[in-house]
Structures are given as C-alpha cells and as structure tokens.
Write a protein that binds this ligand. Structure first.
Ligand SMILES: CC(C)(COP(=O)(O)OP(=O)(O)OC[C@H]1O[C@@H](n2cnc3c(N)ncnc32)[C@H](O)[C@@H]1O)[C@@H](O)C(=O)NCCC(=O)NCCS
Ligand SMILES: Nc1ncnc2c1ncn2[C@@H]1O[C@H](COP(=O)(O)OP(=O)(O)OP(=O)(O)O)[C@@H](O)[C@H]1O
Length: 273
C-alpha cells in the first residue's frame, strides 16, 4: 500500500485536495493529522491534562468559557471544559514562542503518531492501494521518509495563501495569521524538497488558480502517481508481507538519503551567505 503524504503550508489547500482524493473516482482513505490532533486533546485525555497543567498558569483563558454550550464548569462529559484553541494558538505562535510550541508539539505529536499508525494499519488490511496521510508538518516533524510518495499542495504567490487564510479563519488578526505562516517552512521550499525526490516519489499540486483548475491539477498529478503505483503492485504487497517490508525499507532509506543531501546543501548555502 502506498503511503501518500499530503502536505503544504497553512491554508495552501491540503484539506480541499484531501476532499477530492477521498471522493470518486479516487475514493482513497484519508488519515487527517489535524483531526487526530483535536481528538487526542479532548477533555479527559492525557494530552488534555498535560496541556492544562503546563499552559494554564501562563494562559488564564486556556479553557472555553463555562456556558450551557460547553457544558458548564466541568464540561459536557464532566472531564473539564474544552480547550480555547485560539488562546492556545496565541500562546504558541509568534516571535519568541518556539519553546512553548515545542512543548505543545511534544505533548500532542506522539499521541497523534500512535493513532495515525492504527488508522494506516486498518487501511492496509482493507486492501487499499494507497492511503492519504494529510500531515501539515510532514517535513518539519520527520514523517517524510515514511511516505512512498509525497504530494505538496503549494502556491507560488504568498499573498494568495494569506488571503485564503484570512478569509477562512476570520477570528485571526493579520498578526496572528502571519505568525501561523511563519511557524512552518516556506511552502515553496517544501515544493522544492518534494521535487528533489523525483516524480516517482514526489509531486507538487500548484494551487494559485480557482477550484476548477485545482481539480484538473489533482487529476494530472494523480495520473502520474497511478502510473508509478499500479493496482497489481498493491495486491503483491498485500499478499506478500515480506515484499511489503522490503519495499517499505527501500523507500525509507532512499527518502532518508534525499533528506540528508538536501539538508547538507541548505547548510552549505547558508554558510556561503
Ligand atoms: C495551537 C492549536 C491548538 C490551534 O488550534 P486551531 O484550531 O486554531 O488550528 P488548527 O489545529 O486547525 O491548525 C490549523 C493549521 O495550523 C498549522 N499548525 C498547527 N499546529 C502547528 C504547529 N505546532 N506548528 C506549526 N503549524 C501548526 C497547521 O497548518 C494546521 O493545519 C492547534 O493547532 C494545535 O494543537 N497544534 C499542535 C498540534 C499540531 O502540531 N497539529 C498539526 C498536525 S500534527
Ligand atoms: N483553488 C482555490 N480557490 C479558491 N479557494 C480555495 C482554493 N483552494 C483552497 N481554497 C480555500 O482556501 C482555504 C484554505 O484551504 P484548505 O482549508 O484546503 O487549506 P489547508 O492547507 O488544509 O489549511 P490548514 O493547514 O489550515 O488545514 C479554504 O477556505 C478553501 O476553501
């Protein structure tokens, strides 16, 4: 089964592409890291308890206000009020907040990873030829070598990204939005890194145009992916687990090598400046 990593930067169009991939004619299962990241911090979970214990002293509005909708003082299930996500966002995005963001990531990411592995295994056992891993921080958090193919959804014009982000998340101020964009790698760097993997292992969906153009671009890119990963290969991997293990190991080593070379080049470029 192909692990198709879907990434980009904030508001470049990952969820829109993931909706296309999960509908006909593709009908691919999608494991959505943002969705899982919400589940693992619901009231009562260990993630929730750790976040409350670390962030509450510095963020007094960390929990949603006690209203009938949020279930009063103790929340709907009696395990606490849900997190006030915009407030937590302000505590971790912005200049000088990298340390706090790292703390949040170290609480949330391991739980996300565990749940995602479970969902991937389920998709494999159901005989899917591919599963989409929708992971916004795929490169930043080291998921890259795991994916047979990476699809980056990118825009060439940074203004398009900012406009879409502001239009979608109207609760964010201009500064909030800029802080969130700055918390991730530049999407054009992600596109470059992805193309470095070669067409078999890395494809870029450019999304500067309208939604109709995006659909056509996804169809074009999926034609390339499908050609490189035919159905018979998916069946061979399912019926022969040692072959799946060998193929996975080869893909991992190759991706790891490309990642290392790319990082070296970037370091050399930096040193030259
Ligand atoms: C800070 C939080 C509470 C803000 O919640 P909010 O509902 O406002 O945003 P949401 O979760 O929908 O994320 C929107 C986008 O922000 C970006 N983003 C989220 N977390 C991070 C992060 N730690 N670093 C950089 N970018 C991030 C992603 O592009 C994501 O798609 C939330 O983003 C969070 O819990 N982040 C930590 C978990 C994480 O890294 N999630 C990303 C996938 S694993
Ligand atoms: N080609 C397009 N034309 C017009 N609007 C678009 C296009 N692609 C995406 N959008 C809109 O831009 C916004 C951001 O897109 P989307 O939510 O898919 O991004 P995302 O990369 O998943 O964001 P996040 O990282 O925050 O989860 C949405 O409101 C979406 O409807």
């Amino acid at each position: 089964m192909l692990l198709l990593g879907l990434t980009g930067s904030i508001a470049t169009g990952k969820s829109t592409v993931s909706d296309i991939l999960s509908s006909p004619p593709y009908n691919l299962p999608v494991v959505d890291a943002d969705k899982v990241a919400r589940q693992v911090v619901e009231p009562g979970t260990s993630g929730y308890k750790q976040i409350v214990s670390h962030f509450r002293p510095s963020t007094p509005d960390l929990l949603a206000p006690a209203t009938p909708e949020t279930g009063g003082e103790q929340g709907r299930n009696g395990k606490g009020r849900p997190l006030n996500r915009p407030a937590l966002g302000r505590a971790v995005f912005g200049a000088g907040k990298e340390k706090e963001r790292k703390v949040l990531n170290s609480i949330v990411h391991p739980a996300v990873r565990r749940e995602m592995y479970k969902q991937m295994l389920y998709a494999y056992l159901r005989g899917n030829w591919a599963v989409v891993l929708d992971v916004p921080l795929l490169f930043e958090s080291g998921w890259e070598p795991l994916c047979g193919t990476i699809m980056v959804v990118a825009v060439k014009d940074a203004k398009v990204q900012m406009q879409r982000l502001r239009a979608r998340d109207q609760h964010l101020t201009e500064e909030d939005a800029e802080n969130r964009v700055a918390a991730q790698w530049d999407v054009r760097d992600k596109a470059e890194r992805c193309m470095r993997r070669g067409e078999k292992a890395g494809v870029v969906v450019w999304n500067d145009g309208g939604k109709e153009e995006l659909r056509e671009e996804v169809d074009r890119v999926m034609g390339v992916v499908r050609q490189n990963h035919p159905q018979w290969w998916a069946w061979a991997l399912l019926l022969c687990p040692p072959l799946a293990a060998m193929s996975g190991t080869w893909s991992y080593v190759r991706s790891w090598w490309i990642k290392r070379e790319w990082e070296r080049e970037k370091q050399l470029e930096k040193a030259k400046l």
